[in-house]
Write a protein that binds this ligand. Structure first.
Ligand SMILES: *Cc1c(COP(=O)(O)O)cnc(C)c1O
Length: 392
């Protein structure tokens, strides 16, 4: 099949930076070294049992076996609207302002198809979840990176964008609580982004996958700001709040024109999410919000188990108030990749090099708290030993 040439579109996908690291991990593991993998962003704990049971029951109901409604079941859309009311005091019309997605990644990807024409500018944070950029490019858009700097609280400085960029911009991506930097956004931050969006007539999209994984502040939504629905939409996910990654269920809420455009793309792509999965999501939102409390406790304990060790190592990082990550500066004189590779080879601990999230991630590495407390403390001790060795 050597004569089949994939589309040139696929050249927009950035090179996979972690193949060397992955290969080394497999080698190191084969040599018998104990691997502690803190690289993955996939929760290690199961979804609430009652949610899985609700899904199983719904699978057996023949009513689930026909095509689901494209935009989501009425029951789930109402449950999402109720969640927004209770959690953020945001009123949503379940029919016009809520769209059910097959995981939020699916909607994040298709939003570009819905909005971006050739040469439109898409404003993408750097570092960031790679999907924003890849799909902007798939659609012929021009990606402009907005550096996330520690001195600005890892929020983009929108005043640095030039006039031409602003006039061509169609879409502004935000992600707060942020993966990978763990930063949260204040109401003032969101307001600045919304003012910018309305001044330049563009869509602000906040990826709120980590809404419920917060240790200090209550969860926030960009939609809770006045008039936010004029320019903004927000993505939500069942993956991190309820450990339901495998179910593939999420939502988009907010501006109804944007959601209509997204719906039009989806109508011609998928035919909705399996009704049984939507039923499980409804049960999760309506009956198991306390699960998020237990997750917050678990991740906070895990965070505390490892930060004591890495603080003693002299590493430079901010104690995260949200998400299940820690974003840490690499010791001076080493690149992200070099540090991650040597850490793996000498200790068996796998971390994610920051440059995998964009050029401004260089100089950092990310730890994921998706292992138990004991393993995290053990990983922390190994990191401490390694850092002591290389900085002496
Ligand atoms: C995990 C994650 C998602 C969620 O993806 P799903 O498709 O809902 O599983 C979205 N954005 C970010 C930044 C994430 O880390």
């Amino acid at each position: 099949m050597g004569y089949i040439r994939p589309s040139s579109r696929l050249e927009a996908i950035p090179p996979y930076l972690f193949s060397e690291l992955d290969a080394r991990r497999d080698q190191v593991s084969k040599m018998g070294m104990d691997i502690i993998d803190l690289g993955v962003g996939d929760p290690d704990l199961p979804a609430p049992k009652a949610v899985a049971e609700a899904a199983a029951k719904a699978v057996l109901d023949p009513a689930s076996h026909s095509y689901p409604p494209y935009e989501g079941t009425s029951d789930l859309k109402k449950a999402i609207a109720r969640y927004y009311k209770e959690r953020f005091n945001v009123i949503l019309d379940p029919d016009a302002e809520v769209l059910v997605l097959g995981g939020s990644k699916e909607g994040i990807a298709h939003l570009a198809t819905a909005l971006v024409d050739h040469d439109d500018v898409v404003l993408v944070p750097d570092p960031a979840y790679p999907v924003y950029e890849v799909w902007a490019k798939f659609c012929g858009g021009r990606v402009v990176h907005m550096p996330l700097l520690e001195k600005n609280g890892f929020f983009p400085d929108l005043s640095l964008l030039d006039k031409e960029t602003c006039s061509k911009a169609k879409l502004l991506w935000l992600c707060y609580p942020n993966n990978p930097t763990t930063a949260t956004a204040s109401a003032a931050d969101f307001k600045e982004a919304l003012d910018f969006a309305s001044r330049h007539n563009l869509v602000a999209a906040n990826d709120n996958a980590y809404a419920e994984i917060q240790f200090k502040h209550s969860p926030t939504s960009i939609l809770s700001l006045p008039d936010a629905k004029e320019n903004a939409i927000e993505f939500g996910s069942f993956s991190k709040t309820f450990d339901m990654c495998g179910f593939r269920l999420g939502w988009a809420v907010g501006n109804h024109e944007v959601l209509d455009a997204l719906k039009a793309v989806k109508k011609n792509t998928d035919s909705g999410v399996f009704t049984a999965v939507q039923e499980a999501g409804r049960i999760a939102l309506e009956e198991h919000m306390d699960f998020a409390n237990s997750l917050r406790v678990t991740y906070k304990e895990r965070r505390d188990a490892i930060i004591t060790e890495i603080a003693q190592a002299g590493l430079d990082f901010r104690i995260p108030d949200a998400t299940f990550f820690i974003w840490i500066r690499v010791p001076a004189g080493m690149s992200s990749s070099e540090f991650s590779l040597r850490l793996l080879e000498e200790t068996g601990v796998v971390v994610t090099p920051g440059n995998g999230f964009g050029p401004y991630g260089e100089g950092f590495f990310r730890i994921s708290l998706t292992r138990d407390k004991k393993r995290l403390a053990e990983a922390g001790r190994k990191i401490r030993g390694f850092v002591r060795k290389i900085t002496n």
